[in-house]
Design a binder for this molecule. Structure first.
Ligand SMILES: Nc1nc2c(ncn2[C@@H]2O[C@H](COP(=O)(O)OP(=O)(O)OP(=O)(O)O)[C@@H](O)[C@H]2O)c(=O)[nH]1
Ligand SMILES: [Mg+2]
Ligand SMILES: [Zn+2]
Ligand SMILES: [Zn+2]
Length: 1601
């Protein structure tokens, strides 16, 4: 025990040491301004505040921001552990209007003293006794008093409001026990509005709704004189509770901790109200009454007592003991009737004294209430009630709390509204609201911009996207006209001078912090007061009429009136937004525009202070996008950079308590009222405290409250269906979690609303966002609701599934079959049952504790779900971007196809960039591998082979299986990368989740393509090598033979013993050579007929196309094909079309398109052939197979061009003819080059020189080394560099922005065009796209590599690596000490066999007559290799990049071209190239579509170029016809039915296609001339587009920042 005490003491010491304030106890400010004479001393107040750790808030008042922020303790259920937890515990519960908020107690006291822990099991009564009398327990009244003392005006208001909702008493006079000064809590109570029905309105079923501080009510006060054994507060509670339900309005002795002594709350005067509901049987008092309760003895609180006597209708004085002198009572000047309440049961009770006092006060019998012995509690209470009723009914003394302020002032009591900020703010607010007579008139006069003009603007804005009324007019012209009309409306807005009200309003909200907050609160209250009377009546009426939907017209009228009569601060802010937006259409330098620049910042500051921002204007059904985005970007500047936010929204039927739910959950103040209340959507920021930031991975929570969705009947009335749909889609799209509020009782209504919501979710899923949702079922009272409603939940899910199917059908996304396809939803965890809000009958009902608790559970769950989100939250700018693109898409009719979002685009781009990197890595590795494999094949069967395999077939099989392993490795790697990529949380990868499949199948197809290409290369190399073995053997024999003869000759010559001259030697040598050559047999290699082979493959290729194809094929011999340029003839098509009247089919265009396609295919094939020719290798059948494959693939990709079999056959014949001819030549050249006779003759001079050297016994070392270097090594090194350089250059280019993805490439090309701004350039881009791209790419490579010496670096690297391999080989060979140069060289070659291909011919010739000494040779060889390296580098330096590109095996320009050309598809309407990323993508799309005229479309009659843009057309009612529609007209909207592979998205914004509009406007005449047409009618607004705007639109379209 000893130990325990000391340790607990230690802790408390430590705690207090830590928490000692560093500054001396300061005086307080605000309403407690008097000097504090107790400074320095430990005062009651100070010590209590220290116990609660609130001391620093005494000066630095608690603000709403702090109270409402989300922190650890708001979301955990940790019980209060120490006293300092208590205020927060109370606040947390109070903010959620939990009626148990006042039951605050630390648990640690008793539990930490656990005996078991100290091993002490003895009965320890001392300890028990101690803990019973623990002086540490704090009275809840003290906590409340302390909190009020430590809070600013806004927290006080909030506390008072929530306390009154809980039916707790609220402070009327707040004491400060240090200064002995008290304060009237007028401001704190200002926000309380009560609704009740007094007797006189019983008949009419009317009610009174009023701000309680202005209601003039009789007040009945209860005070205590001296000691009193009767619990005043408990008596009061009984008095105010109705018979069925007891409620603790006032804290009393018998409540938890109510018995611990009050340290600072004596003198506290509380007030509560009894308000009748109009039911005689239930109402305790038939008229409303205020009940005040003074804590403590009036002897010590005279001021308070005087105040009560002057303001109350009656004062009930409770006492045990009355002093007959009792000056306190008798000296007072009372206005109130005095009632004396004594406890007769007490022994000390003196009847005499009572009599004296009563006489002095002139009291009658009825003024004295005594609780007699025989009287039970109930009777006593009844008696009291009756007395009070009497007073209330008869008194004239009625007073609002507002009026009490004067009395307070007279008595020296402060009023919390006295501070200067509050008063100035009030004056400012009053000045504005005093002007308001008729709301509608006022709005029209003072807030004109948001009225009709804004509504008209909204209509225009939406029409710009929806194009519903375009009729027969040209769409682009129509759009241009709309734009002009819009501009006019903005001008009209700008022409309004800023109204007086707005000037005052903006001035007032520009005032510093606290005054601004007061101002806005005053405004809100004033405006509320003004419209309450009218609105609450209308709302009630609305609610009633809605119950019976027959009164449609009436409802509509009421709704209109509601909208007209409502006037809140949001209207002023809305006007501000309009003023700001209108000003943006003025020139940037305009002073009136500049004056308004600061408005968004003002608003952003307000948001940070917790004020809601109107996102959607519910009246106009529109968002002032610029305004809202600018406010948000200002907000982004104000908060720490990259602050992240999570969004919680609520959706549901009207008046189902959505706003109430949010207010309860987060302690916020969205407008709440019965009847139609919230309009549009509001967003509000809540700060996340440091301690949970990490967990939630965000800095703010955004809460969005929305307008209630209407039932279809109501929606029908004002066509608000669309509005509801827009709103739901928009907010669901913005949110991370959507709470769907359902009132279970009305299931058909619910179903209709859900339908809207399901649509919204489906749309979101389609655009890549997966908001989570929670269903909230309100008014479910039963505790076991969750289990009971299992059936209901099943039903709900079933309904949701049906709705999903219906929605999917409407949105044409039928693959969505069930609700869970659309989103993650589990019927078990996604449903919440919340009991009714009120516990009993309003107005006297407190909030149901079950409601608050259930909402709290939901809140915890929501925060948990948000914390578990696998993807990271948006930052403010990202949120803004989402918002903008969502709203733009909402404005279109076809949301799914119109949604374009830069975050999605960003994520997609990142994915493409990454994927391209992996893909290239893969390709590059495979190129290296193939190079190596080919080297091994080329060296096969020569000295330079390491492998033990003797059979080429075996080697090939081995290599193929190696290749397969390699390919699989890389494929797995890419797929792994992809998987990993999608597992990360940053970068919004979930948005592009839908593309995952595409990319993974792309990886697989890449593997397949690589495999077939690798196999082909290996096979060709092996076959060619195989063909050479025989030749090599012959050559080797020949060489051997000759070598023998030469040696013989040398012997002979030496034998002659005469000195022979060179001439004689030559003669001998020639003689010997001619003789030998004659004797050797040279079977001439026979060339194969390539034509035969090619024909064979062509026939096989076409055999699948039917007999007609074969027939056509037989009509012409291949030898006769490809001799003249290919020309497409139209005969076939014409024949086909003869019988149909097809005027729509433009033959000329068709011919042009077909010819174009054919030319492009021919070009590609020619290029292939040329490249093969350049390699000077033998022909191989894989070549023609590849060519045929290329043709087929390209034809496949151009299916929109209608071709017939004649076309295909003749094209293939043409290409094969050309190819066969070339290949034939290549083959023959090869045979010639490798002919043994030729080879032998080529080496004749070398033989001669060697002959002489050997004869003369000259030292051959240096010469041989040079020879080996220059004839064998150097070519192979050069070859090696050429093989390796291609991938290097390609790799380098691919890292450049321009080539990193297809879209960036497209963007760069277009930007380049714009910078040149030259017609011919545009034309070449449009008319010969591939050619243009090829040239452009080529130029980019040249440009990039002509500067600096990047290429030389690459080359050096490869040269060096070869040299080092050679040196290694030499050193290794040296160690073998064979002593023979021949074996030495063979060793060297073998070492290099994997890396360098050493020419067999050269090697063979080198080997003969070699008498060099190995060591000497090795020395010289090393020297020569050094020189060679130098020489090679010199040579490379002098070569231009163009020359180098020619020699490369892997051509960078081809690689890049394949990369950027992608799938090669073009928009079926405007021919814009497809920009999709993965190779094998599901749908094609282009970022930027063009006016169709640029693709040669012209009007039939006028021949004028067409200005329409497909991205607009797909939104309109317009129709088209083409091949695909078989000439029938088809709506553009349903273009996917004809072109299922294409997605044509609407423009991101109306300016998105400015680029091409600008081009067409500028080069209209030139294009017309080039296309043989008339110039287009250019809409007015197109002509004003500047080059800068065109560039901006390009950036926007490609999402470049
Ligand atoms: N009886 C009862 N009344 C409730 C309950 N929840 C809310 N209310 C009251 O219903 C009225 C409407 O609540 P709001 O929160 O304004 O409803 P809302 O859904 O936001 O309404 P709109 O914004 O107009 O669609 C208020 O007076 C609430 O006090 C409940 O569970 N039971
Ligand atoms: Mg609401
Ligand atoms: Zn297009
Ligand atoms: Zn494509």
């Amino acid at each position: 025990m000893q130990m325990r005490t000391s340790s607990s003491k230690d802790i408390s010491d430590k705690e207090s040491a830590e928490d000692t304030p560093s500054t001396p106890w300061p005086g307080s400010k605000g309403d407690c301004q008097q000097t504090d004479d107790s400074s320095g001393k430990e005062t009651q107040l100070k010590s209590l505040l220290e116990d609660l750790r609130l001391e620093h808030h005494y000066t630095e008042k608690l603000s709403l921001g702090t109270v409402l922020q989300i922190e650890e303790r708001t979301i955990t259920d940790e019980p209060a552990k120490c006293n300092s937890d208590l205020p927060w515990y109370f606040l947390k519960k109070l903010m959620m209007v939990n009626v148990t908020a006042r039951n605050v107690k630390c648990t640690s006291e008793c539990e930490s003293n656990c005996d078991a822990a100290s091993g002490n099991t003895e009965l320890d009564l001392d300890d028990l006794f101690d803990s019973l009398h623990s002086g540490d327990v704090i009275n809840p009244l003290d906590i409340i008093t302390a909190l009020f003392l430590c809070s600013d005006g806004f927290v006080r208001q909030e506390m008072a409001l929530k306390m009154s909702m809980c039916q707790f008493s609220v402070p009327l006079l707040l004491p400060n026990c240090d200064t002995k000064q008290c304060t009237l809590m007028l401001w704190a109570m200002r926000d309380i509005v009560k609704k009740y029905r007094p007797q006189k309105l019983l008949e009419s079923k009317g009610f009174i709704e009023d701000r309680i501080v202005v209601s003039e009510l009789p007040m009945i006060s209860f005070v205590r004189l001296g000691e009193c054994s009767l619990s005043k507060s408990e008596t009061l509670n009984k008095l105010l509770s109705n018979s069925q339900q007891y409620h603790d309005t006032f804290i009393h002795h018998n409540m938890e901790c109510g018995d611990s002594s009050r340290r600072i709350s004596n003198g506290l005067t509380e007030v509560t109200w009894y308000l009748p509901c109009g039911n005689k049987n239930m109402d305790i008092f038939s008229e409303p009454v205020a009940v005040a309760n003074l804590r403590g003895d009036i002897a010590s609180f005279e001021t308070q007592f005087s105040f009560l006597s002057l303001t109350s209708a009656a004062v009930f004085v409770f006492f045990d003991n009355l002093d007959s002198e009792c000056k306190l009572l008798t000296n007072q000047h009372h206005k109130a009737q005095i009632f004396l309440v004594g406890n007769h049961q007490r022994q000390s009770f003196s009847l005499d004294a009572l009599k004296t006092v009563a006489t002095k006060l002139g009291l009658t019998k009825s003024n004295i209430l005594l609780k007699a012995k025989h009287m039970n509690d109930a009777d006593f209470i009844k008696h009291l009630q009756k007395t009070i009723s009497n007073v209330v009914e008869n008194t004239k003394m009625k007073m609002g709390i507002e009026q009490m302020a004067d009395i307070a002032h007279e008595l020296g009591i402060f009023v919390d509204e006295d501070c200067a900020e509050c008063q100035t703010a009030k004056k400012n607010a009053d000045a504005i609201t005093a002007e308001i007579q008729d709301t509608l008139e006022y709005k029209e006069a003072q807030l004109p911009l948001q009225g009709q003009i804004w509504k008209e603007l909204t209509v225009l804005e939406k029409e710009e996207f929806r194009l519903r009324k375009v009729g027969s007019e040209n769409i682009e012209k129509y759009k241009s006209d709309l734009k002009i009309q819009k501009r006019k409306l903005r001008e009209k807005q700008n022409s309004c001078d800023m109204s007086n009200a707005m000037t005052c309003f903006i001035k007032a909200i520009s005032s510093p912090g606290i005054e601004r907050s007061y101002f806005l609160k005053w405004m809100r209250m004033n405006l509320d007061n003004l419209s309450r009377e009218k609105l609450s009546g209308l709302r009630e009426l609305y609610k009633k009429k809605c119950e019976n939907s027959e009164n449609k017209e009436e409802i509509k009228e009421i709704d209109r009136q509601l909208s007209n009569s409502s006037l809140g601060t949001e209207h002023f802010f809305r006007e501000m937004g309009q003023i700001y937006e209108a000003s943006l259409s003025l020139p940037e330098t305009d002073p009136s525009r500049q004056q308004l620049q600061h408005l968004p910042k003002l608003c952003a500051e307000l948001m940070l202070d917790g004020f809601p921002l109107e996102l959607v204007d519910g009246d106009a059904s529109n968002i002032p996008l610029r305004w809202v985005s600018d406010v948000l970007s200002q907000l982004n500047i104000l908060v720490s950079p990259k602050s992240k936010i999570l969004v919680v929204t609520v959706l549901g039927v009207q008046s189902t308590g959505k706003s109430t739910l949010l207010n309860t959950m987060f302690g916020v103040q969205f407008a709440v009222s019965s009847g139609r209340c919230t309009r549009g959507a509001f967003m509000l920021l809540i700060r996340i405290n440091e301690d949970v930031k990490k967990e939630l991975n965000c800095d703010f929570m955004v809460i969005i409250d929305t307008e209630g969705l209407k039932s279809p009947e109501l929606a029908q009335l004002d066509n608000s269906h669309e509005h509801d749909n827009e709103l739901a889609t928009f907010v669901v799209g913005l949110s991370d979690i959507t709470i769907i509020n359902i009132a279970m009782e009305n299931s058909t209504e619910m179903k209709d609303i859900l339908q809207i919501v399901v649509h919204a979710f489906l749309r979101m899923k389609e655009v890549g966002k997966k908001p989570k949702c929670q269903f909230v079922h309100q008014n479910v009272s039963d505790v076991s609701a969750h289990d009971k409603n299992l059936r209901d939940r099943k039903l709900l899910l079933q309904q949701l599934n049906e709705m999903t199917q219906a929605a999917a059908k409407m949105e044409k996304k039928e693959e969505n079959k069930s609700f869970t396809d659309v989103m993650e939803y589990s019927p078990d965890t996604g449903n919440w049952y919340i009991p009714g809000l009120w516990n009993g009958n309003p107005p006297m009902a407190p909030v149901n504790a079950g409601y608050s608790e259930a909402v709290y559970e939901l809140k915890k769950n929501i925060i948990q779900i948000l914390g578990r989100c696998e993807s990271s939250a948006n930052n403010i700018m990202e949120f803004t971007e989402w918002m903008e693109s969502l709203w733009n898409a909402v404005k279109h009719e076809n949301f799914i196809f119109s949604f374009r979002n830069s975050l999605v685009a960003d994520a997609y781009m990142r994915l493409c960039t990454e994927f391209n990197k992996w893909e290239w890595e893969f390709k590059k590795e495979m190129y290296t591998w193939v190079t190596n494999a080919e080297t091994r094949i080329s060296n096969f069967g020569t000295v330079a082979v390491k492998s033990e395999l003797s059979d080429m077939k075996e080697l090939l099989t081995l290599l193929k299986s190696e290749a397969c392993t390699e390919l699989t490795k890389w494929e797995t790697k890419i797929l792994g990368n992809l998987k990993q990529y999608f597992e990360q949380t940053e970068g919004h990868v979930y948005l592009v989740e839908g593309y995952k499949e595409e990319f993974s199948s792309s990886a697989k197809s890449l593997r397949r393509e690589m495999e077939s290409s690798v196999y082909n290369q290996l096979t060709a190399a092996a076959d060619i090598r195989q063909g050479m073995t025989e030749l090599d053997r012959i050559k080797e024999n020949h060489t051997k033979e000759l070598e023998g003869r030469v040696r013989q000759l040398i012997e002979e010559c030496r034998g002659k013993k005469v000195q022979m001259t060179d001439k004689e030697l030559d003669k001998e040598f020639d003689k010997m050579w001619n003789k030998t050559v004659k004797e050797l047999s040279f079977s001439k290699q026979k060339a194969t007929n390539v034509f035969t082979n090619v024909s064979l493959y062509l026939r096989e290729n076409l055999s699948r196309k039917g007999s007609h194809a074969c027939e056509l094929l037989s009509q012409k011999r291949l030898q006769h094909c490809g001799l003249i340029p290919f020309k497409y003839t139209v005969e076939g098509i014409c024949n086909q079309l003869k019988h149909k009247a097809c005027q729509w089919f433009n033959i000329n265009d068709h011919v042009m398109v077909s010819q174009n396609m054919a030319d492009r295919i021919i070009d590609a094939c020619t290029q292939f052939v040329t490249e093969k020719m350049e390699r000077k290798n033998n022909y191989h059948d894989t070549y023609i197979q590849e060519i045929l494959h290329m043709i087929d693939e390209r034809l496949q990709n151009n299916q929109n061009v209608k071709i017939d079999i004649e076309f295909e056959v003749s094209l293939k014949q043409h290409i094969c003819g050309v190819a066969a001819r070339q290949f034939q030549k290549m083959h023959e050249d090869f045979i010639h080059a490798n002919d043994p006779y030729e080879c032998l003759n080529r080496n004749k001079e070398k033989f001669r020189a060697d002959f002489k050297d050997v004869f003369h016994e000259r030292d051959q070392c240096q010469k041989k080394a040079e020879e080996f270097t220059s004839r064998c090594l150097r070519p192979s090194v050069e070859d090696f560099v050429n093989r390796s350089l291609g991938p290097d250059i390609t790799g380098e280019m691919l890292t450049r922005f321009k080539f990193s993805t297809r879209m960036f490439f497209q963007y760069s090309v277009l930007l380049d065009l714009l910078s040149k701004d030259d017609f011919e350039n545009y034309k070449s881009y449009i008319c010969s796209y591939e050619d243009h791209v090829k040239k452009w790419t080529h130029k980019q490579i040249e440009e990039h590599f002509s500067k600096g010496d990047r290429v030389c670096e690459f080359e050096d690297r490869h040269v060096l690596s070869s040299i080092s391999s050679i040196n290694d080989a030499i050193n290794k060979a040296k160690t073998k000490k064979s002593g023979n140069v021949k074996t030495f060289v063979e060793d060297v070659c073998q070492e290099l066999g994997d890396k360098l291909v050493i020419s067999q011919d050269a090697l063979g010739a080198f080997m003969i007559l070699n008498n060099a000494d190995q060591e000497q040779f090795a020395y010289w060889l090393t020297e020569c290799v050094k020189d060679m390296a130098q020489a090679l580098r010199e040579k490379f330096k002098t070569e231009t990049i163009q020359m180098k590109l020619k020699n490369l095996h892997v051509k960078p320009q081809n690689e890049l071209f394949t990369q950027v050309i992608g799938c090669g598809q073009q928009c079926p309407f405007c021919k814009a190239p497809c920009d999709a990323g993965a190779d094998k993508h599901g749908e094609h799309f282009a970022k930027l579509h063009r006016p169709e005229g640029l693709g040669r479309f012209k009007w039939d009659g006028t021949k004028k170029l067409v200005i329409d843009i497909c991205s607009s057309l797909v939104n309109s009612e317009a129709r088209f016809r083409c091949n695909g529609t078989k000439g029938e007209w088809h709506p553009y909207k349903n273009y996917t039915e004809i072109f299922p592979d294409w997605i044509i998205q609407s423009d991101v914004s109306l300016e998105a296609s400015d680029y091409w509009k600008y081009v067409l406007a500028k080069f209209n005449k030139e294009f017309a001339k080039a296309y043989n047409a008339e110039p287009a009618d250019i809409p007015k607004t197109w002509k004003t587009i500047t080059r800068k705007q065109a560039e901006a639109s390009l950036k926007e379209s490609f999402n470049i920042k």
